[in-house]
Design a protein around this ligand. Structure first.
Ligand code: GLC
Length: 537
């Protein structure tokens, strides 16, 4: 029996984890920003949806320059989101409903408002306070050129110059993201010790695990060399990079794994690492490192049968030998929502329905980003003045940034904020078309996206999750993905724009769920997926 088929297998091997983007999920106090009490009040939605766990994006005290990924205090709750008491109450309620909860850990950088960075600014070059970050002298006779040519992921250079306490122009510090997110120096023992203590703080409170933010960025080439110009572009990192995916990061994760393993109750880590190669990604989930990693190869695959199959095979193939389960994800708070990526409008929504059944039929775990169960699309027409993602300003609008996938959720009602909170306020405006997509409306409609997700998650527990981990591909026409798992489950996805017949060996099987109605002759219309129960042979 494989690990996933074993009912005693750890929860994270096949969990469906729902991503709560805290600012935009539910607002209890009416200030237009989501909060922990809001999440608590909507836990029933997650229970009814049928997910196993939730992941909360950062809710720690933060100036919110990067939506909370600029953490000023890792052991508290930002007053905008509530208190530690609210966190404990949310965790207790989630556990009471059988939902696990993981939190976000941001180890690559802190906020520039973190006490450590303030102390570094007040201390002289060469001090222990500066040694926690990456301070360097500038180049050029007056030191007014940055130490190297590295770029910020949000646009512009990756170095900012400080003014020394005596008022003179001073050293530079590295920030791979916004200037308000100075990078930590992970060769520094104090940094390592501090993060182990932060892990313990949340593990002691009872969290079930951590999502590790930019897990591939912590280690830097100590020489801080220039990057050849052709490698400066943004996008998933390739091997041999001076600040991404360096071998030294793995020592950090081995230490964390030992730490988490000493706690009872299957605590787990998921790595956020945007890498070009699935083989390199697999190194993060070796048996003594992190448990799982987000599968951005699947997320980035276009809606095309060959590309999707290639991503699935490469994922499963690269993990062989690690023992780690694959994971699957279609959207998150950093990318254009998949309804829009897949073409938008009715076509995008139809493909998104089929994609959900594909994702949830695959072995391992899956991530659902809040609002995808409602079929929300990217909000592409936000006014410049309301955009908050630093990418927008730092690229002077060339990159619209990630606000369009972060618009607060519609829950119910006729007027904004559509039940997001008790007032009309929402920190980003919601499109009027979301009235129809509100959760309460969809719950009452059997053909809605929400009803599809609920049915799929219920059937996944019964039919899909107990199947073994292997995917056995079947011969199907061009543009069709067809596979079996275990003795009695099959999934067929017609990715093409024309109808397709079911593979011959599935003709007698019974349909248990379809993303859209099948044709009367039993064929699959364009952009339709179906789950089948097959007689065991
Ligand atoms: C991760 C987060 C993203 C954030 C960045 C910097 O990629 O998902 O939202 O901006 O890290 O912390």
């Amino acid at each position: 029996m494989s690990a996933a088929a074993d009912p005693r297998a750890p929860w994270w091997r096949r969990a469906v984890i729902y991503q709560v983007y805290v600012r935009s999920f539910a607002d209890a106090d009416g200030d237009g920003v989501g909060d922990l009490a809001g999440i608590r009040s909507r836990l029933a939605h997650l229970r009814d949806l049928g997910v196993d766990a939730l992941w909360l994006t950062p809710f720690y005290p933060s100036p919110q320059v990067d939506g909370g990924y600029d953490v000023a205090d890792h052991r508290d709750v930002d007053p905008r989101f509530g208190t530690l008491g609210d966190f404990d109450a949310l965790l207790a309620d989630a556990h009471g409903l059988g939902l696990r909860l993981i939190v976000d850990l941001v180890p690559n950088h802190t906020s520039s408002e973190h006490p450590w960075f303030r102390a570094a600014l007040a201390a002289p070059p060469g001090s222990p306070e500066r040694a926690r970050y990456l301070f360097r002298d500038g180049r050029g006779p007056r030191g007014d050129e940055p130490p190297n040519n590295w770029r910020s992921r949000f646009g512009g250079g990756a170095w900012a110059r400080v003014t020394e306490p005596d008022g003179a122009p001073g050293q530079w510090y590295l920030h791979l993201f916004a200037p308000e997110q100075p990078d930590l120096d992970w060769t520094n023992g104090e940094v390592r010790g501090e993060y182990e203590s932060i892990l313990r703080f949340w593990l002691d409170r009872g969290v079930d695990g951590f999502r590790v933010d930019v897990a591939h960025a912590l280690a830097k080439d100590p020489d801080l060399p220039d990057i050849p110009p052709e490698r400066l572009r943004r996008g998933p990192a390739a091997e041999g990079h001076p600040h991404f995916d360096r071998d030294e990061v793995h020592d950090v994760y081995r230490a964390w794994r030992r730490l988490a393993d000493a706690y009872p109750g299957e605590r787990s880590f998921v790595a956020e690492a945007w890498l070009q190669s699935p083989q390199r990604l697999a190194r993060y989930v070796r048996p003594d490192e992190l448990h799982t990693a987000f599968n951005f190869h699947f997320l980035l695959a276009p809606w095309a049968a060959g590309a999707l199959r290639q991503a699935i095979d490469a994922t499963i193939g690269s993990l062989a030998g690690t023992g780690a389960p694959p994971t699957w994800v279609l959207s998150n708070h950093d990318v254009t929502r998949h309804v829009t990526r897949y073409g938008g409008g009715a076509l995008g929504a139809r493909r998104a329905r089929a994609a959900a059944l594909l994702m949830l039929a695959l072995p391992g775990g899956a991530y659902v980003y809040q609002g995808e169960e409602l079929g929300l699309h990217e909000v592409e027409d936000l006014a410049d003045e309301v955009r908050q993602d630093p990418t927008f300003a730092r690229t002077e609008g060339a990159d619209p940034g990630r606000d369009g996938c972060r618009v607060p959720l519609p829950w119910s009602g006729e007027e904004p904020s559509y039940g997001f909170g008790p007032s009309a306020a929402s920190w980003l405006p919601q499109p009027g078309s979301w009235r129809e997509l509100a959760a309460a409306r969809q719950a009452a409609r059997p053909a809605s996206m929400l009803s599809l997700y609920r049915a799929a998650l219920r059937l996944r527990r019964e039919l899909v999750a107990p199947a073994d981990e292997a995917v056995r591909w079947l011969d199907a026409g061009d543009g069709v993905l067809a596979f079996r798992r275990g003795p009695s489950f099959a999934c067929v996805v017609n990715v093409a724009d024309e109808p397709a017949a079911l593979p011959a060996e599935l003709l007698g099987a019974s349909v248990v769920l379809a993303s859209d109605a099948l044709a009367v002759d039993g064929s699959l219309p364009a952009a339709t997926a179906v789950w089948l129960a097959v007689e065991a042979s």
